[in-house]
Design a protein around this ligand. Structure first.
Ligand code: FAD
Ligand code: DHB
Length: 396
């Protein structure tokens, strides 16, 4: 019986997953002359077609620029200086610019994926459609990744592994359970999202708290809207024909918005469950967990993608320091530094989720929501606290 040959290759940093975290890390390292290979399970088209986040914090935009990939986002993205919170039939505008001096950028994650993939398009930089990806020896001097690519088995030897492979990835799954602590909160509802080529109903985002449930009016461009409604966890997309979605959204918005709602056929419709999850620590020997591989936040407040970028910022600085000066200090601090930001964003998205959604059978919680929304509308201190977290806390 002959054993199948394994092709062996080496790099400095092996990156698992070509989502925003993996590709951004690879670009930042490349600019410093640090070699990396990204190993991705799906095809490039599949990754670029996923409709997910759409709102970038300014620190994320700056990191993209540092990586040389922020140009199109800045040219085509929409700068937002505030957003509306609708409740009790009225609305209150949060002026992010006035409260924090900062703004947000509306730019779709799928567009960002295209820019990031383009920047790493040289042959061999990203291995798309790599199957059976397995991590080895993360606790040794020379870790390895093995995978099947273009029909044959390969092994990639490296100095460090970056686990950027999301919630369902191989990196976290391969770690010993005893060394990991998982903190989790599951919310009793999901978000049904719809993307359509219709003009947004307002020039800024509208977050609505309504008796029937939460609704969010977002956008991807001046001609493309992204809308969400809170739905029961057990609902299926097939139970939500377009007409039902539009009607439900209309019912949850104050008249001044619902009167302006332009409907059209859905380009995409999907349901995401809401959960908070944090894995501690985020470093295991020479393996670093990054982005959704280490933590998940509910989408309320759009922190997921921005947190992934914040992890990349911390890790890239650690790796650059290591290769420039042979100092592992920043790498040793990676987990603590990243977790400090992760927990603040976890707290914020948990709080914003509790404030905005309908929790069935909890009238006490409903009264608290009303009190807090009124407080938000009448207190600059409360509004500033929300705004500060929304635009992203500064790095220490
Ligand atoms: P991912 O983007 O998940 O990338 C991980 C990559 O690893 C993927 O390309 C995956 O194919 C690959 N991979 C997985 N397993 C393996 C393996 N075994 N081997 C090799 N590769 C592997 N955030 C917001 O802020 N706002 C939103 O509205 C929002 N909506 C979302 C909707 C959905 C349906 C989902 C799933 C997420 C949403 N998020 C949202 C979260 C946001 O998209 C993520 O936080 C962000 O994508 C994290 O980037 P990442 O690179 O860490 O992980
Ligand atoms: C979007 C998603 C969010 O969770 C959010 O808070 C704002 C915008 C979006 O998909 O556009």
């Amino acid at each position: 019986m002959s054993r199948r040959a394994v092709t062996v290759r080496s790099t400095q940093v092996a990156i698992i997953g070509a989502g925003p975290a993996g590709l951004l890390l690879s670009s930042l390292l490349a600019r410093e002359g640090i070699d990396s290979v990204v190993v991705e399970r799906e095809s490039r088209e599949h990754v670029q077609g996923r409709i997910r986040a759409g709102l970038l914090e300014w620190t994320t935009v700056e990191l993209l620029r540092e990586a040389g990939v922020g140009g199109r986002a800045l040219r085509e993205g929409l700068i937002h200086e505030g957003f509306d919170v609708a409740f009790a039939g009225g609305h209150h505008r949060l002026d992010l610019k006035a409260l924090t001096g900062k703004t947000m950028l509306v730019y779709g994650q799928n567009e960002l994926q295209k820019d990031l993939a383009e920047a790493r398009s040289e042959p061999g930089a990203v291995l798309w459609e790599a199957r059976d990806v397995t991590l080895h020896d993360w606790d040794q001097e020379t870790p390895r990744v093995s995978y099947t690519h273009a029909g044959s088995r390969h092994e990639l030897r490296c100095d460090f592994l970056a686990g950027c492979d999301g919630y369902h990835g191989a990196s976290r799954a391969g770690l010993p359970r005893a060394g990991l602590t998982l903190y989790e909160r599951v919310y009793p509802f999901g978000w049904l999202g719809l993307l359509a080529d219709v003009p947004p109903l307002h020039e800024e985002l509208v977050y609505a708290n309504h008796e029937r449930g939460f609704a969010l009016c977002s956008m991807r461009s001046r001609g493309r809207s992204r809308y969400y409604v809170q739905c029961p966890l057990e609902d299926k997309v097939e139970e939500w024909p377009d007409a039902r979605f539009w009607e439900e959204l209309r019912l949850r918005l104050p008249e001044r918005y619902s009167a302006r709602l332009v409907t059209g056929p859905a380009l995409e419709k999907s349901i995401v469950p809401l959960r908070s999850l944090v894995t501690e620590p985020m470093r295991f020997g020479r393996l670093f967990l990054v982005g959704d591989a280490a933590h998940i936040v509910p989408p309320t407040g759009a922190k997921g993608l921005n947190l992934a970028a914040a992890d990349v910022r911390v890790l890239s600085r650690g790796l650059i320091e290591f290769y420039r000066n042979r100092s592992a200090t920043l790498l040793e601090e990676y987990s603590a530094r990243a977790l400090s930001r992760v927990w603040k964003a976890t707290r914020f998205s948990w709080w914003f989720t509790l404030l905005m959604h309908r929790f069935a059978g909890d009238p006490f919680a409903r009264r608290l929501q009303s009190a807090e929304l009124e407080y938000l509308a009448n207190s600059e201190a409360a509004a500033r606290s929300l705004a500060e977290n929304y635009v992203g806390l500064s790095f220490d």
